[in-house]
Design a protein around this ligand. Structure first.
Ligand code: GLP
Length: 244
């Protein structure tokens, strides 16, 4: 769907999340959300915080799993996705801390394989993700599933693409400080989500959005795999949709 602007698109996504949380709460069920970072979803989190404060939207029945985290990365570092999530969402809502999961960039190298397996198993133990929100990187990555990621890939350590590191350089005060790797849910992990909403704003995303939607599915553009998901929507503003 194409929205008038990013704010309208983000508010729509926040509304979908809030409706699901309320529907699950009314049924006495937990709501399992897959969350994303980066600039794209900020408007969604701002709106959810507003709904919590002004409309008493409660997150007590919500379990969250974030897509990814840089590696290595100190959780307290301002560039970490752990810090970002606390800062924009978790510190401002009533979600119990033990219901929040963001990959841990502090895990030591020896433990990382098992850590990733456990993260995947934990998602499965909740019956999978009900609603996954995504941004898209200019390499076509979803989470940090860079080109070459396979459809059945699971949570794992991945080397970041050069373009992704260049795009992140502004957040890290220079390319050399950008971590070389990340922990990310796999394409397969994302695929198990019952519903997927991918957001993209601005003309900088127009060409990759076109490739993801209109070119045949291939591992060169991991987001293109979403064409096969049974319940996926691209939520775009006018500039991001301008090459379709
Ligand atoms: C980041 C994240 C992705 C995000 C993408 C786009 O590196 N790992 O989850 O979707 O790149 O970022 P932005 O929303 O800032 O454009």
């Amino acid at each position: 769907d194409i929205f008038r602007n990013a704010g309208a698109g983000a508010n729509w996504v926040a509304g979908e999340i809030a409706n699901l949380i309320k529907r699950k709460a009314a049924a006495g069920e937990q709501c399992i959300l897959g969350l994303a970072t980066g600039a794209t979803p900020i408007g969604v989190y701002t709106e959810l915080v507003r709904m919590h404060k002004e409309e008493a939207l409660s997150f007590k029945n919500v379990i969250t799993f974030n897509l990814d985290e840089y590696y290595p990365m100190l959780n307290g570092s301002a560039q970490s996705y752990n810090f970002y999530m606390d800062d924009v969402l978790f510190n401002h809502i009533d979600i119990p801390r033990d219901q929040v999961h963001v990959p841990n960039g502090e895990i030591d190298k020896e433990g990382i394989f098992n850590y990733c397996k456990q993260y995947e198993a934990l998602i499965d133990s909740f019956g999978g993700i009900d609603l996954q929100i995504l941004g898209i990187g200019r390499t076509g990555h979803i989470g940090f599933n860079e080109p070459g990621s396979q459809l059945d890939s699971q949570t794992r350590l991945i080397m970041l693409d050069a373009l992704t590191r260049r795009d992140a350089a502004k957040d890290f005060n220079g390319l050399t400080k950008v971590p070389k790797a990340a922990i990310t849910m796999g394409v397969g992990t994302i695929f198990k989500a019952k519903r997927v909403l991918l957001m993209a704003w601005g003309e900088g995303k127009a060409s990759i959005v076109k490739k993801a939607l209109e070119e045949s599915q291939c591992d060169a553009v991991p987001a293109s795999y979403l064409q096969r998901h049974r319940d996926v929507k691209f939520v775009l503003d006018v500039p991001a949709a301008s090459e379709l």
